[in-house]
Design a binder for this molecule. Structure first.
Ligand SMILES: Cc1cc2nc3c(=O)[nH]c(=O)nc-3n(C[C@H](O)[C@H](O)[C@H](O)COP(=O)(O)OP(=O)(O)OC[C@H]3O[C@@H](n4cnc5c(N)ncnc54)[C@H](O)[C@@H]3O)c2cc1C
Length: 487
């Protein structure tokens, strides 16, 4: 089909956090000259809702990511979509004896309110929105994506629209990516062990004892503990002095091992309920109510914790946000990378449209730009995460107390892999064979991370060179997993 006959320049699939930003970014960079449509399966007041149980999220984002978007495309977030400011994140060891403070200033968002603000921004930028449409597949022709197919959930009629570029922002379960029918380097499926099952409550509560290792109105608290959250972590994020987002994420495999070891039959919900019960500050928790919380105070959903998809583009098609597995492997924070990627993807899509070329080769710039801004570090963090998931609480206690230098914490604060530079000097003072092995493993992750960052800094500039590059990446990763015993 000739491109001039297509219904839209860009169709953004999914009007969630990433989808609304990418649409605004494309409108910004094209000076509102393009025909842009956003399609979401929810009705307008529920735009961006991830699942029937709501806009399930920990709601925390670093100020630096929001500033990244504001300074480039002029989108500003403030109250009420920002519900509460925080000064940083504090992670506690299982014994609560060691804490590391990182990540700097940030915000706790209201994910139900935010899409309505995003909707206002989009409408005033001339973006068209269609609601209640469940997308089922891309339309393709001659190995190119040229549109989207779906169903209107109210009228049951068929939705069929063509465009120059589809930007897939339909989240982690994207059927468009899984069933992508054209030849492409995009990875379709994710390994089950790279998904975390997560859930959270939004509660109002009365103050119990005063203990800011369990609740701090100024800090997001993370509790690392393999009994509380096997293969993941638990969080207490303040939404006010007496309001909290509290939940946890687990790796299913680690959870099964944990249950077996202790003769338990716990599931994610009972783990979260146990975690709330053991918190001495949170007394008489009750589900947050009111227009900004109704329908969003309890829910579970999945988050990916691997590196982003090795390739983010195909002919006429781009992936942004959770559909591209962008959440940070270490903490499952996906809002920051989604903001960065969406801002970049809007710019790169516009450049391709202005060049009248929507091929994989033309859209490839987005791979390069995302890797340069964020994606260069995620493979190393994926390896680090797999190592952390197999540690015992004793090892985490010991490692957090003895192995982290100020430089390592600065690295973590900047979202980078720690270097563990002091471990070489410490060797003879380390107690216990397991801790010595841990020190060796941590040093190894830091070394592999350097190689991986360097490898990503040499991301192929053309699709033709991708397969060789990916083969080397896969070899780096699998060698590291074998050496660390996480294969
Ligand atoms: C419990 C939990 C806690 C988390 N905590 C944090 C945190 O504290 N900080 C952080 O940074 N990240 C966190 N994350 C991750 C973060 O929520 C995501 O990274 C972020 O929401 C990604 O945005 P997205 O727009 O890519 O996808 P989504 O928010 O999933 O949006 C996808 C949109 O597409 C729509 N859609 C999906 N399929 C279709 C279809 N077939 N047709 C039409 N529309 C469709 C959906 O309805 C939705 O509107 C957490 C995630 C979970 C589950």
């Amino acid at each position: 089909m000739p491109t001039e006959l297509r219904d839209y320049d860009i169709i953004v699939a999914g009007g969630g956090l990433a989808g609304m930003i990418v649409a605004s970014s494309a409108a910004h960079y094209s000076r509102q000259s393009l025909k842009i449509l956003v399609v979401d399966r929810n009705p307008s007041p529920q735009l961006g809702k991830k699942t029937i149980s709501g806009w399930v999220c920990g709601d925390a984002v670093g100020k630096n990511s929001v500033d990244y978007m504001t300074s480039r495309i002029g989108i500003k977030w403030q109250s009420p979509e920002i519900e509460h400011p925080v000064k940083g994140v504090i992670a506690y060891s299982p014994d609560h004896e060691t804490s590391i403070s990182f990540d700097g200033e940030g915000y706790i968002l209201n994910r139900k309110v935010l899409p309505q603000k995003q909707l206002d921004d989009a409408l005033s930028a001339g973006i068209e929105i269609r609601y209640n449409l469940a997308l089922r597949n891309v339309i393709f022709d001659d190995n190119r994506v040229i549109g989207l197919l779906g169903q209107d959930l109210e009228t049951k009629s068929v939705f069929k629209k063509t465009c120059k570029i589809v930007i897939d922002c339909t989240g982690v379960t994207s059927v468009l990516r899984t069933n992508l029918p054209i030849r492409s380097y995009i990875q379709r499926k994710i390994n089950r062990d790279d998904l975390e099952a997560t859930g959270r409550y939004i509660y109002n509560f009365e103050n119990g004892v005063d203990d800011n290792t369990y609740f701090d109105p100024n800090y997001c608290l993370i509790h690392l503990d393999q009994d509380i959250a096997p293969g993941g972590y638990a969080w207490v994020f303040p939404k006010g002095k007496n309001k909290v987002n509290i939940g946890l994420g687990v790796q299913q495999k680690s959870m099964e091992v944990h249950n077996k070891k202790h003769g338990l039959h716990k599931d994610l919900k009972t783990k979260i309920d146990d975690y709330v019960m053991m918190n001495p500050v949170i007394k008489n928790p009750h589900i947050a109510e009111g227009e900004s919380d109704d329908g969003n105070s309890w829910g579970t959903w999945q988050v990916s914790v691997r590196r982003q998809n090795d390739c983010l583009v195909a002919n006429g098609y781009m992936l942004v946000g959770d559909s591209a597995w962008m959440p940070k492997p270490l903490d499952a924070g996906g809002i920051g990378p989604a903001i960065i990627a969406a801002t970049i993807a809007g710019k790169d899509a516009v450049q391709s449209i202005q060049a009248n070329d929507y091929s994989e080769e033309s859209l490839w710039q987005y791979n390069l730009d995302f890797v340069d801004a964020y994606g260069y570090k995620t493979a190393g963090l994926e390896i680090f995460r797999r190592l952390l998931q197999k540690l015992s609480n004793d090892q985490i206690n010991y490692g957090m107390k003895h192995f982290l230098s100020k430089l390592d914490i600065d690295n973590i604060t900047n979202g980078e892999h720690p270097e563990f530079g002091m471990l070489g000097k410490l060797n003879m003072f380390i107690h216990g064979a397991l801790n010595k092995t841990l020190a060796e493993d941590l040093k190894h992750t830091a070394e592999v991370n350097k190689k991986l960052v360097n490898h990503f800094r040499n991301y192929p500039t053309k699709p033709n060179d991708f397969s060789d590059w990916q083969n080397r990446l896969t070899k780096y990763m699998s060698d590291a997993y074998i050496k660390l015993g996480c294969a």
